[in-house]
Design a protein around this ligand. Structure first.
Ligand SMILES: Nc1nc2c(ncn2[C@@H]2O[C@H](COP(=O)(O)OP(=O)(O)OP(=O)(O)O)[C@@H](O)[C@H]2O)c(=O)[nH]1
Ligand SMILES: [Mg+2]
Ligand SMILES: [Zn+2]
Length: 311
């Protein structure tokens, strides 16, 4: 007897997958034989965030038989030199770039790198500044200016403190009914934020540490935590390195939304906004209509890609 069901992959170990069925039940499943997946070369056929179809022949023994088409997915290279990719997560509705002005000190180059990556994947992104309880008046003023700069570019920003429980309800509203991915440097408060948002994360903290001591818990697989039955947050290890490795430098400008908007006025349609005559983008930064640091980060990434992928 065969029973077919559908669900959401909430955990992946590489050999088995935990799936949340649409009725809320959680089951463990494997992949056997041929699996129908949209054509991409990856080392793992299934990732958290995937919607899958399952069958069971014997009671409790579930097999994933199909991965539904992905709305988007984030990948990293399987190894440094390999062409094969590893899918970290799929079907992300919103990325949260979690950063701090201090402790650890903000690196705008890193933030812009994350934003370029999520743009490249077509994932809407919000910038959340945590630990505002640590800021003095001057730093608060600077942060307001920075938020304004990113708003002008086209990103929503929020200022929160997990510790002082400031702005958390806003975040709850923003993530509601979505699959979200959270990314940020070590120490910015990802785990702390997950803890206040997700009862499941709170419950699993001890689990994870026992896993760690046995050396079985691997950070290469993203973990998805339930906030409520229609809201999930994915902790994405290694998000800092993805995306840019396979990008052509000519594409980069398209992932700076403010450049993309103004580029229709450039003399040449393929203008890279570096030194071309009749460029409408570079002057907007030079005239301070747009934040200069964004342009600097563009040029920096452009040069990096030039070295990586020479024409
Ligand atoms: N002052 C202050 N400290 C915070 C806040 N949020 C988190 N912290 C502290 O910052 C430290 C790091 O927080 P974590 O949640 O572990 O950071 P993380 O991003 O998960 O770090 P990794 O797991 O290493 O990537 C902890 O000591 C937290 O208690 C905040 O809003 N204000
Ligand atoms: Mg953490
Ligand atoms: Zn231009």
């Amino acid at each position: 007897m065969k029973t077919g069901k559908e669900g959401l992959v909430v955990k992946s170990t590489g050999s088995w997958y935990r799936v949340r069925l649409d009725d809320g039940e959680r089951i463990d499943a494997r992949v056997r034989g041929k699996l129908r997946v949209q054509g991409i070369q990856s080392t793992n056929p299934v990732a958290v965030g995937d919607r899958v179809k399952l069958n069971t022949k014997t009671e409790g023994d579930w097999t994933i038989v199909e991965v539904c088409d992905r709305q988007n997915y984030i990948v990293r290279k399987a190894t440094k030199l390999s062409k094969q990719t590893h899918i970290i997560a799929a079907n992300i509705d919103l990325a949260i770039a979690l950063v701090t002005l201090t402790h650890p000190k903000l690196k705008l180059g890193f933030l812009d790198r994350v934003l370029v990556s999520t743009e490249a994947y077509g994932i809407e992104t919000i910038i959340v500044f945590n630990k505002i309880d640590l800021l003095n008046t001057e730093e608060k003023e600077y942060l307001n200016q920075l938020c304004k700069a990113y708003n002008d570019v086209g990103y929503e920003t929020r200022q929160i403190s997990v510790q002082a429980e400031q702005g958390i309800d806003q975040i709850r509203q923003i993530v509601k009914n979505k699959i979200c991915a959270i990314s940020g440097h070590s120490g910015v408060g990802k785990s702390s934020l997950l803890n206040v948002l997700s009862p499941e994360h709170r419950a699993q903290v001890t689990d994870v540490s026992t896993f760690n001591s046995k050396g079985q818990h691997t950070t290469t697989f993203a973990e998805m935590y339930e906030v409520d039955e229609s809201t999930f947050i994915i902790d994405t290890p290694g998000i800092k390195s993805f995306g840019l490795s396979t990008m052509d430098r000519e594409e980069l400008k398209g992932f700076f939304p403010e450049m993309h908007r103004l580029s229709v006025n450039c003399k040449f349609h393929n203008c890279l906004h570096i030194n071309e005559p009749g460029c409408a983008v570079k002057p907007a930064f030079e005239n301070s209509q747009l934040p200069w640091f964004r342009y600097e980060n563009y040029v920096h990434l452009f040069d990096e890609l030039k070295e990586q992928n020479p024409l």
